[in-house]
Design a protein around this ligand. Sequence first.
Ligand SMILES: C[S@@+](CC[C@H](N)C(=O)[O-])C[C@H]1O[C@@H](n2cnc3c(N)ncnc32)[C@H](O)[C@@H]1O
Length: 352
Amino acid sequence: MVKDSISKIAFKTIQQGKSIAGLAHKEISSRIMNFISPDKDLNKFNLDKNLLYDIQISMNELREEDWKDSQIGHYPQKLLFDEPWLRYLTQYPKIWLDMPLTWQRRKKRDFNDLPKSIDKDNYPNYYLRNFHHQTDGYLSDYSASIYDLQVEILFNGTADSMRRRIIKPLKAGLDKFNERKRNAIKILDVATGSGRTLKQLRGGFSEEKIIGLDLSDSYLKEASRYISDLNGDLIELIKGNAESLPFEDNTLQAVTCVYLFHELPRTIREKVLKEFHRVLEPNGVLVLADSIQINDSPEFISIMDNFHKTFHEPFYRDYIQQDIDTKIKEVGFINVQSNSFFMTKVWSATKI
Ligand SMILES: C[S@@+](CC[C@H](N)C(=O)[O-])C[C@H]1O[C@@H](n2cnc3c(N)ncnc32)[C@H](O)[C@@H]1O
């Protein structure tokens, strides 16, 4: 009991420290940017006292939820303390070195500054861009090597806590397959990126077969390094497009997808949802996580508005307004539920 209380205080203290570091980094870097590379159409975001208060409350609720789920046993407590500090330490200077390039692209409204070596025919058009002004888009080892920390800073150190919100609905959904051996259950994480979600999933599902799929070779290589020391069966990594998954119909028991939908045009979002439905077997569970949306998080509208103005996120505005619940039902899922946690909304649904 005492040990738990101390662990909880330690967890919250580390999380608060990360939040302060994230906020401080953003404040300092945006001041420097306004000085060096002012842009009168941008940089007007004002984090007023009320908004800061709402952010604190919401982050605290997220931490409570995260702690509670670990206490219930959805994942081990040690996952809450699993911070790659050494990795952050090596990534942080790179982030500062990269910033002037990002500011330049942003000022020039240059969203197509991609490595010359890539074969553009291998990727859909919507993908061939510098999302969030990211150097090389998703298409270089360099981009993959700093992505994690960039996301961590963007979310004030809460990214993994938010990713972990997929575990509870996933467990509830997979209850339907309780009579099967756990290693016969297949969980596919689509748009897996550099492996952070896979690590959280392995924490919650130690025996199930986990597969990560992404379009970027570089991000998959980074994921492979990041998850290489995990216990449990080797996680399989596959290069592929969410629009045409390399799986037979009705073959998977679970599909997860974290932070992809806001980077897809509406028609592709719908196509990808159909694909999730196709590969899941009846009773299979879909758990999606992405940005909060306007309707359920009105207190954060200014943040959402700023996000799509400040970062290059051409499909975000449409995403935050789309009724995804209805779309999920339209492609054939039932039991559609959704819940928001700080900056992330999580949907779960069952295939009939
Ligand atoms: C914002 S990142 C999210 C990564 C990861 N899920 C996470 O939690 O950090 C979006 C990822 O989606 C991948 N992606 C984008 N479009 C895709 C598509 N059509 N098929 C597969 N992956 C895609 C990108 O390569 C990138 O790794």
